[in-house]
Design a protein around this ligand. Structure first.
Ligand SMILES: Nc1ncnc2c1ncn2[C@@H]1O[C@H](COP(=O)(O)OP(=O)(O)O)[C@@H](O)[C@H]1O
Ligand SMILES: [Mg+2]
Length: 342
């Protein structure tokens, strides 16, 4: 690939230092993706400008004029402190006729609105857990077509915010308490789903129209006892000590029969298309013992840290970190945004 001017867009608090020396694992975890992407692109010979933004669109406009990037490498996950505003920032890049990596605004909007995404999946007959929504400020009314146990989570937050073992509820009292917790702790609507007991799978996809499906990845709980909840709570995702205690690992899923693997790959491709995703994404699924598969959610622009699930499964498929970043950049340069078609 020719050498490009790459503007790496990120939150201003996550602009990484030049070296990891002197930082603790906890500190590094905060801006590891930003560090890995910036340093790797530099090592590959690109001219890289990390741009930290918070709430001023003028920063993006000025960087466009001053740096004249060939492409924006988008690592931004919020604007004005609002998670779902990343889609508007990408819209703004399109309005400035800029190329960017990762997902387009429509895909970001659909995937981040979990209840809306589930309605679209349901139209396409793609299996996802039964659900109902309790909007903020409203009381829980249990529909009669859904059975306990249920799992209560935020309708729009990610990173397992608000998800603990207590998110699995077994009766109307626990349900009401947990819905109230989600309303107050995350300030979002609560999404209540049928709890799916099963294996926790993650599948990475890369592409705009032609999709490359990466090997199936699985979160395993090596030290969990029978009956322990095996879900990706926020401690499971972010607390190193807790991970050690439970023996949490993410590895290539073993022993999945070929026909189930084909089914998983097809379902993931259909989710990607149904939600208008582009660039790269990770689909979270659960596989029940009886072989039934459920889509839990789609993550456009998933964590790209070196050594994390997405990059690891790419590596497992023979795609090095450098080639992964190159592929993502090529897809961004080739994405047919509306402004290129008029
Ligand atoms: N319906 C469900 N049944 C079982 N586990 C679930 C369900 N929904 C979510 N989980 C568990 O909670 C985790 C986080 O939920 P998810 O919807 O992926 O939110 P996030 O966007 O925070 O990752 C999942 O990875 C899974 O372990
Ligand atoms: Mg998830």
């Amino acid at each position: 690939m020719k050498k490009l001017r790459v503007l790496v867009l990120m939150h201003e608090s996550l602009v990484p230092p030049d070296s990891l020396d002197g930082y603790s694992d906890e500190e590094i975890m905060e801006w590891k993706t930003e560090f890995d992407v910036v340093t790797t692109l530099r090592e590959m010979g690109h001219v890289v400008l990390p741009l930290g933004v918070c709430d001023d669109l003028g920063d993006l406009r000025r960087a466009t004029e001053d740096f004249k990037p060939h492409i924006w490498f988008n690592l931004l996950e919020e604007f004005h402190g609002v998670g779902v505003y990343d889609q508007h920032v990408v819209s703004y890049l399109e309005l400035m006729k800029q190329h960017y990596t990762g997902c387009n605004p429509r895909g970001l909007l659909l995937a981040h609105d979990k209840p809306l995404a589930k309605k679209i999946l349901s139209f396409h007959k793609i299996p996802s857990p039964g659900f109902f929504v309790v909007p903020r400020g409203k009381k829980t009314r249990l529909p009669n077509n859904i059975d306990f146990p249920l799992l209560v989570k935020s309708a729009s937050e990610d990173a397992s915010l608000g998800i603990t073992d207590a998110s699995i509820v077994h009766d109307p009292i626990q349900l009401e308490e947990r819905v109230e917790f989600i309303h107050t702790a995350t300030e979002t609507d609560a999404l209540v789903e049928t709890f799916i007991e099963g294996r926790e799978l993650y599948v990475g996809l890369i592409g705009n129209r032609q999709l490359n499906v990466l090997p199936i990845w699985e979160m395993i709980f090596e030290n969990a006892k029978p009956g322990d909840p095996r879900i990706a709570t926020s401690r499971v995702k972010w607390d190193f000590k807790h991970q050690k205690k439970l023996g949490i690992k993410t590895i290539r899923a073993e022993g999945i029969p070929p026909e189930v693997e084909t089914r998983i790959n097809n379902v993931c491709k259909r989710v990607y298309k149904a939600l208008s995703l582009s660039g790269y994404a990770r689909i979270d699924l659960r596989l029940r013992n009886d072989g039934k598969l459920f889509v839990i959610e789609a993550n456009p622009n998933p964590n790209l840290s070196f050594g994390e699930d997405f990059a690891e499964s790419a590596e497992n498929a023979g795609i090095s970190y450098e080639s992964l970043l190159t592929k993502i950049i090529s897809l961004g340069l080739n994405y047919q945004a509306q402004w290129r078609l008029v």
